[in-house]
Design a protein around this ligand. Structure first.
Ligand code: V55
Ligand code: FE
Length: 516
């Protein structure tokens, strides 16, 4: 099959930004595009598979593409016998090399590859599968890449015009018996939580999802079991509309409201409290001019205000209010809660663009301003004015990908975790202390908190996550850290025989949530 790629030619110099790999690289633990670019793939347009060798080019590093099953991985240490559940991960794993016009595409555009460590009785089985959505199937049949730049449908092959472009590569979540896999430009992909078979390539909650998009970071209200979520660009490409909704523990949508944001931009995560939904809009707008040039959807604009938006849960959206304050580019929420009208949200973020591979409109990418710290945002809805306050907390910790004990979404919380200072930072908000766990020679990916038992106290349990052993070509270890004895080092590990597929985020599910 030969074909021509239509679509505007992009001036790569103009959009690729700085050549340094910074905070954005830490985010996915993959090789990142970000520098001056080499020439395109010589196999261009031919139906053959030839990834560029330059790790800065799309798929040039981190490519795995192999779906795996490994029963009884090699385990070391004291793996807790009563731990019964699954640790899931997902990340971009380019299915095919890009057409030559688009080899400068960003790593966030790789197709979503899901992996699972099924842990039971001290045994660990490993399984990985691609999320086989419409995009994956179309490209598999064509045996080549059909989609152009990140979130830019004008760069696609005409044969996939109007397709759902979702890659399902960012986060996954178990709820009402399904493994839902997310990319924030599209509805979730539903997979079987045990077989990883794709059961619905475009899951719409029984046809009731009003948004055309769905965040990668929904929350579960631990008091009701509700799934609280949102989508931005909800009514169409580049729309300012944000749909916020709730589904009950069986997946029935019980509340859905659409509000308008000050501008369309990368609303990656959000915060849910018992009474409010808090949206965050960093100054990373969708940029029509960049998109028209064939660029990657977003361009950082240091001169735009960031907004914190608050609306009541269960309301009609008419109370939606947007606040401005210190301009931190935040991406992930550690936790948040409200006491009456007073709302507190903790997020990681920098003073500037967090992602070197998204261009900046006014200045070159700045690794110092891109460095993430934990920021505490507060706003009182009863106070006059329309500004929030934001301060840096735990300034000794520089990091990203904030997490908490996921059973404390919506509630005041004590324990938080960050991928930070080369390892895993453990934050105790109550004591005001922090500690960083590292393993020399091993780079640690984002981790998840695992409760010691399903009803253990907050923070009583483990951290689980992948480590990449530098001296062994990046071979992967799955690390289990007992939070009751951090100084003893990892309590247990799984020694994988290879480098596992890369990830953005991971998720722990108890056996009861996956029908095991
Ligand atoms: C993020 C990740 C994405 C994306 C938008 O970490 C934002 C933030 C892996 O894809 O498309
Ligand atoms: Fe994320």
């Amino acid at each position: 099959m030969t074909k021509e790629i239509k679509g505007p030619q992009l001036n790569r110099r103009g959009f690729m930004g700085a050549s340094t790999l910074g905070t954005g690289a830490a985010l996915v633990g993959l090789g990142m595009s970000g520098g001056a670019l080499a020439q395109g793939n010589p196999a261009a347009g031919a139906p053959q598979v030839d990834f560029p060798n330059d790790p800065r080019l799309f798929g040039g590093s981190g490519t795995n593409r192999t779906e795996m099953d490994l029963r009884d991985c090699e385990v070391e240490g004291d793996w807790p016998k009563d731990l019964d559940g699954a640790f899931y991960r997902v990340g971009p794993d380019p299915q095919y090399p890009k057409q030559p016009e688009y080899v400068g595409d960003i790593p966030f555009d790789g197709e979503g590859h899901v992996s699972m460590f099924r842990i039971k009785d001290g045994h660990v089985d490993y399984k990985t599968r691609y999320a086989r959505n419409a995009r994956w199937v179309a490209q598999a049949e064509a045996r080549q890449s059909l989609f152009g730049m990140y979130r830019n449908p004008g760069t696609d092959d005409p044969s996939v015009a109007g397709f759902n472009r979702g890659t399902a590569n960012t986060q996954l979540f178990t709820h009402h018996g399904k493994l839902l896999v997310f990319k924030e430009d599209s509805p979730p992909v539903a997979m079987d939580p045990l077989t990883l078979e794709t059961i619905d390539p475009e899951y719409t909650f029984g046809g009731k999802l009003e948004s055309k998009t769905h965040t990668a970071h929904p929350k579960i209200d631990p008091l009701t079991g509700e799934f609280v979520s949102f989508g931005y660009e909800a009514t169409g490409f580049l729309s300012k509309d944000v749909n916020v909704f709730t589904a009950d523990k069986d997946g029935n949508i019980t509340w859905s409201v659409t509000v308008e944001a000050p501008y369309a931009g990368m609303m990656h995560d959000f915060c849910v409290t018992q009474d409010y939904v808090v949206l965050y809009l960093p100054n990373m707008p969708a940029d029509e001019a960049l998109i028209a040039e064939g660029g990657p959807h977003f361009r950082y604009n240091s001169q735009l205000p960031c907004y914190l938006g608050v609306l009541k849960r269960g309301g009609d959206g008419s109370d939606m209010k947007w606040f401005t304050g210190p301009n931190y580019f935040c991406t992930h929420v550690m936790g948040g809660w409200n006491e009456g009208t007073k709302i507190t949200v903790d997020m990681d973020g920098g003073e500037g663009n967090q992602f070197p591979f998204f261009p900046s409109l006014h200045e070159p990418w700045d690794p110092v301003k891109g460095t993430g710290y934990l920021r505490r945002f507060t706003v009182d809805l009863a106070a006059r004015g329309d500004s929030y306050e934001a301060v840096t907390i735990f300034p000794e910790i520089t990091g990203v990908l904030a997490r908490q004990d996921d059973r404390y979404h919506t509630l005041p919380y004590r324990w938080g975790f960050l991928q930070a200072n080369g390892g895993w930072a453990i934050i105790d908000h109550q004591a005001g202390t922090s500690k960083v766990f590292t393993i020399p020679g091993v780079s640690l990916s984002e981790m998840c908190f695992v409760p010691r038992t399903p009803d253990a106290a907050e923070g009583d349990g483990y951290l689980i996550g992948l480590g990449s052993v530098q001296a062994e070509g990046g071979r992967s270890d799955l690390i289990l850290l007992d939070l009751a004895n951090v100084d003893a080092g990892p309590r247990a590990r799984v020694k994988m025989p290879y480098r596992c597929v890369g990830q953005v985020h991971g998720w722990w599910a108890d056996a009861s949530a996956i029908g095991a």
